[in-house]
Design a protein around this ligand. Sequence first.
Ligand SMILES: [Zn+2]
Length: 123
Amino acid sequence: MQQILMLDNGGRPCEWVPPEKAFSLKRRGAIAWGVGEDLEFHAGVSNHTGEPSILRVPAIISVRNQTFAGRVPFCNATLFARDQHICCYCGLRFTRSMLTKEHIHPQSKGGATSWLNCAAACQ
Ligand SMILES: [Zn+2]
């Protein structure tokens, strides 16, 4: 079945969601913006009119108050993927085994191990 790509506030992909979920977000006004052609889904028969219901949602939606950090577990693999395996210092691309998690505000000075305070760096 066709799925909808859900993005967070910043336009980063979060996950694929089924059309029912996308439509429910749309009905609640939770979609900030959408791009792509509207996809049509048949959703049974309307209780009110007896006519077949057709739901329309864009192929890609950005959801309000949705943060990348809330959806994807934080670990080296997801951090390196976010940074596209590019070192934050030299700008070169490395394999996963050659990268390390760098704290921007050092851990020894109270820096958090979080999406906002960490970046991929070469060893
Ligand atoms: Zn580097």
